[in-house]
Write a protein that binds this ligand. Sequence first.
Ligand SMILES: [Zn+2]
Length: 424
Amino acid sequence: MLEKLISFENKDTILVSYSMRGEELVVNEALKVRALPEGSYDYLLEFLRLYRDAVQIIVDRIWGIDEKLSKKKLHRLFYSDLMRLGFRAHHAKEIYINAKNLIESARGNSGRKPVLRKLSAKIDKYDYKLDLDNMTLTLKLHNNYEVKLRLVTPRERVEKFRGWSNYELVVKYDGKRFWVSIYFKRIVKSLNPRTVIAIDLNFDNVTLTVFTLDDKLIRLKRFKTPHRKILTHKIWIERIQKRYPKSWRFIKGVREAIERHGKRIKNISWDYAHKTGNTIAKLAFRHHSVIILENLEKLKENNKKDKEFNKKLGLWFYRRIQFCIEYEAMERDLEVVKVNPRGTSSKCPRCGGKLVEDGHRVLGCKRCGFVGDRDVTATINIYKKYISKHSRCGVFGVALKAPKPDENPSGMQGNKNEAMTTES
Ligand SMILES: [Zn+2]
């Protein structure tokens, strides 16, 4: 059973998704590249036209049928006809499944019968041969024709997919050029962690702490967020929209000004998310860490009442940062775990008492006297949440020392100065 966890389009418009297969995490990624046929285009074009027309014929024939058609039935109805047209067995399968999907989504959307114009075909792994060493792709076409295509892209882009498995591709013709999207997947093999990285995201910065499995804080890092810069652009957009409340969409200059600010926001946030994700994953790789993040969905639930919440904290931006952290972590086979953020910034990590503000960005506990930097305290709580959940299951086989009541909270020992410095 595949359960889709995240699906996302990153900067290079590569479609990425993660799914669980049993206990295993699977990364799916599509590589879209230009493809240049070696020799004549004719057979490939002919194949794409034939494929499109075959899908259309099936759409026409089953459009009026009300019952849901199973693959088995479609096979019985159309297989031999498609073979007679010169298709291979897996072409036939892709064609009637494609027709079925088109009809189902058309019924769900417009209710109008689909009319196909674009030349695009999905091809099963049995009908192509991908050679990453030579950057070529051989497609098996109708009537036993074959075409060899050269992938036009820098080698580095392809290099990362070495060792992945690929299972299908889509070939398209846009009127001038051929494009292929090759679907790769890989099972993420999590290494046993030796340390824990806890990450707190807040408006001003991303705070990261590295803990050993026996509660020692060994590293602290802070990255300033560009939140204020983003906010400035947002305020500009709102100001313009306020000045032209009804017409801003229709006046070209006004709309363009808004788009400019929107673009800046997009660039600033993606650049930051990519850089941060990369730096954190690199650090995690060096320390053999499991990365602990706050579950943003839970964050939303816990704060349901606050209408301004989403706007104020820029949840979308956190999501983007988290996505890049997760993505870069999985590239390195590192595990990422999400914990419920409830109480991480209000509970005393030493005694569980309520924390109150005790100066600028400093929190204190009246009950036990704990004092700590707000963001670092949050990461200690995030770390503890993870440890309390996972050490019980005996993941590490390490007995964790329970902190004595008169002791500094584990992570803060001897690190007070370090905990108060800011790195950016
Ligand atoms: Zn306390």
